[in-house]
Design a protein around this ligand. Structure first.
Ligand SMILES: *Cc1c(COP(=O)(O)O)cnc(C)c1O
Length: 468
């Protein structure tokens, strides 16, 4: 499989390069040159497979350049052995025709473990074969950081630097990052918002000399391999609910558009996905786009669902590329206009095409809180605020109640204990393996929102260039 950049001016690459590169050299994001398209009988043949076997089958076409099917199967078995639930991504029924897919049974209690546990191992494999080292940099609004750190800690060929917006993650989220003692892990609290952190990371990548000197790499949601690994659980749920003979709809609490883009990818591969519903908090750029073709940047507001406190959803560019009929030049132009003016230009016909598949719902903290209480009372399920927004979006925006709806629960409620307790009076408990999180010692630096300071800090603290 070959990969192309959404901006059309970077070299076409194979999987190994795409994995290590993250952002393309022209500022675009890598996508498959063409999606594998599976027929109904191909999907039907996947019925009854374990999560690990399904993951192997679905991901292998994307990675066959660097891993045999056997090697990939071992890697997946190892990655998903870290999960606490035997089903890996259990489905729970919420009402007559809607389900919750719990994606929080991984080591850091958020869906990001699904991709990052695979990614850390893929990096290790590819770097070992090449005898190389990388410096991984990433921005997190809370959950990516801990999942990335957990996936990369103590790996000999990797140094990892994770930026988080100071004071804007939950305490559990921060502690999951800052209490990791490994010498190759560096946490930096930036005085600014998540978008500021994301801009700093982009700034590092857009400096070619620094990028080469540090052998920079990214594991944030622009990395293609994350999308790939996330396709698996959509297929898993759809097949469990009757695909390919039956359509399914998904509701996804959305920030950077990575998770829901994986559902779109599953559909591109031929899975019968009838509708994709994105849930937003008050940072509702995607919902404004889907409601009225208004993709314009506003200030970021802090909410009880901090992993979605985002105004610029980087993965949206992958969908935009398809909406623009995969014209890289047009995508680059639209993104430049967006960057310069804060407003994405898209003609009415293309926007309309997007709204045939996607819908969006925006919910306040109070609405999310009421949903947490309501779902607990009706079903006994305790949701975190992100997952509650997904469920609400699904319930209010689904087009056809006869089509099974799967809402994805993206985080364990115990990651956001204060918001959950305030909403429903019950304080969720951390699972056993994290029970002493609040006693562990924290380690992180604080920094102004300044690219030069950040570069100096990374130079001083990494081992890139030294032989692996
Ligand atoms: C990262 C995250 C999201 C947003 O996912 P995207 O892929 O950025 O859209 C939603 N909920 C939780 C709990 C997250 O950690």
């Amino acid at each position: 499989m070959r990969y192309i950049s959404t901006r059309g001016a970077a070299p076409e690459l194979g999987f190994g390069e795409v994995l290590l590169t993250g952002l393309a050299r022209d500022g675009g994001l890598y996508v498959p040159a063409s999606w594998p398209r599976w027929k109904a009988e191909d999907w039907a043949a996947l019925r009854g497979l374990s999560y690990v076997d399904l993951a192997t089958r679905i991901m292998h076409p994307f990675v066959s350049e660097v891993l045999s099917e056997g090697e990939l199967a071992d890697l997946c078995a190892d990655a998903y052995a870290e999960f606490d639930h035997d089903a890996v991504a259990p489905l729970k029924q919420l009402d007559a025709n809607s389900w919750l897919m719990e994606l929080f049974h991984g080591p850091t209690l958020a869906f990001k473990d699904f991709a990052l546990q695979v990614l850390g191992r893929l990096f290790d494999h590819v770097l070992r074969e090449r005898g190389e080292r990388v410096t991984i940099v990433g921005a997190t609004s809370g959950d990516t950081g801990s999942a990335a750190i957990e996936a990369c800690r103590d790996r000999e060929a990797i140094d990892i630097f994770i930026l988080h917006p100071k004071g804007r993650t939950s305490e559990v989220q921060r502690r999951q990052m800052t209490t990791v003692e490994s010498a190759n892990v560096h946490n930096i609290a930036i005085e600014g918002s998540f978008d500021d952190c994301q801009d700093l990371v982009k700034g590092l990548f857009n400096d070619p000399a620094f990028r080469d000197e540090m052998n920079l790499s990214a594991v944030n949601s622009i990395n293609w391999a994350r999308i790939m690994a996330q396709i698996v659980y959509y297929a898993h749920a759809a097949i469990a609910l009757g695909a390919p003979d039956r359509e399914v709809a998904f509701a996804v609490p959305t920030g950077n558009f990575g998770n829901v883009f994986a559902a779109y990818g599953a559909r591109e591969m031929g899975l019968p996905v009838a509708q994709l519903i994105v849930g937003s908090n008050e940072n509702d750029i995607l919902t404004r786009f889907l409601d009225g073709n208004d993709m314009s940047v506003r200030d970021v507001h802090a909410t009880t669902s901090p992993s979605m406190d985002i105004q610029v959803s980087s993965n949206f560019e992958r969908l935009l590329f398809d909406l623009l009929d995969r014209d890289g030049e047009a995508t680059a132009h639209a993104m430049q206009t967006f960057r310069a003016s804060g407003r994405l230009p898209l003609d009415e016909a293309r926007w309309h095409r997007a709204t045939q598949l996607f819908a969006g719902g925006r919910f306040t903290d109070a609405e999310a809180g009421a949903a947490i209480a309501g779902v607990l009372e009706a079903t006994g399920e305790l949701l975190d605020p992100h997952s509650a927004i997904g469920v609400l979006a699904g319930w209010t925006k689904r087009r056809d109640p006869a089509i099974p709806l799967v809402s994805v629960a993206t985080a364990h409620p115990a990651k956001f204990p204060d918001a959950v307790e305030a909403a429903c009076g019950r304080r969720p408990q951390l699972p056993e393996r994290l029970a002493d999180l609040f006693e562990r010692e924290e380690r992180y630096s604080e920094m102004r929102n300044n690219l030069g300071d950040l570069q100096a800090m990374i130079r001083a603290n990494n081992r890139a260039g030294a032989p692996a």
